[in-house]
Write a protein that binds this ligand. Structure first.
Ligand code: G3P
Length: 274
């Protein structure tokens, strides 16, 4: 499974890529807002275009998703083309992120996302379809030509817990097999957890030999990262803290301490080239 970092922070991107194992970057307007606000707070001047270019270079040739901000078909296509033409020449790694459906109350834009995905894909622009909350949204987005589809695992878990008046913290683990309350399995439209959503998308794609990659997004903790890989996700995108936490275990710390204390000088000398 590929691992992407989910952030707009160049500093976090550089730290993650120093590991040598990163496969890509996802951003969204909220992550960009957070990064821009932090830069401004620290008194740094911001040239947005230059900042995006630095992110693209920091990705070392791996894909970087940049999200459109328009919500109508024409606007999303126009913006997607502008972003791609402006930024893809920098490192050849831009993916345009398009919401699967941009309809809000009273609007009938149910197909604007699909139409935009189709139009951008036909221009040879790779699209990551975002804000996927059902397997059928993923299927339709893939049919429209999306190269990646992003089910939001953590937000489905939030939604299920909120609908059932449960108290939880943002990074609390939600069991992949779901939760029972008052003898009833909690769910949303046949989806019992965010990772169940990822698994259902992966199963449909496998069944039909669909090439689009399932990108498990909104990953909040390391168990969810593991569950995403077990569910057959092609990619998981996670914040830096989750990626770092995935390397932690108290017994690893203890083991390092004990081994360090046990090193005899003769053995240490070998490693020092003496
Ligand atoms: O990858 C999507 C992500 O940025 C949303 O994450 O934790 O805000 O639901 P979250």
């Amino acid at each position: 499974m590929k691992i992407f970092i989910d952030t707009g922070s160049l500093e976090e991107i550089e730290e993650a890529y120093s590991s040598g194992i990163m496969d890509g970057i996802t951003t969204n307007p909220s992550l960009m807002k957070k990064a821009v606000e932090e830069l401004k707070k620290s008194g740094q001047m911001l040239d947005m275009e230059d900042y995006i270019k630095r992110i693209l270079k920091a990705a070392r040739g791996t894909p970087v998703s940049l999200e459109v901000t328009s919500s109508d078909y024409e606007g999303m296509v126009k913006e997607g083309i502008v972003l791609f033409k402006k930024f893809n020449p920098v490192a050849g790694n831009v993916v345009i992120k398009v919401p699967c459906n941009t309809s809000i109350e009273g609007q009938n834009r149910h197909f604007d996302g699909l139409k935009a995905i189709k139009a951008l894909s036909s221009e040879g622009i790779p699209v990551n379809c975002t804000l996927i909350f059902t397997p059928e949204q993923a299927l339709l987005a893939a049919k429209a030509g999306a190269k990646m589809v992003s089910p939001f695992a953590g937000r489905i878990d939030d939604f299920i817990r909120l609908k059932n008046s449960m108290h939880f913290g943002k990074s609390d683990y939600f069991p992949v097999q779901g939760i029972e309350k008052d003898g009833k399995k909690l769910e949303d439209n046949g989806v019992t957890s965010g990772i169940d959503l990822v698994a259902q998308c992966a199963e449909i794609f496998r069944y039909y030999g669909i090439n689009a990659e399932v990108l498990a997004a909104s990953i909040r903790n390391t168990r969810q990262l593991r569950d995403a890989s077990l569910a057959g996700a092609d990619i998981a995108t996670a914040p830096l803290e989750v990626i770092k936490a995935a390397m932690r275990h108290p017994k690893t710390v203890e083991g390092v301490k004990v081994f360090s204390a046990d090193v005899v000088p003769e053995y240490a000398a070998m490693g020092n080239g003496k």
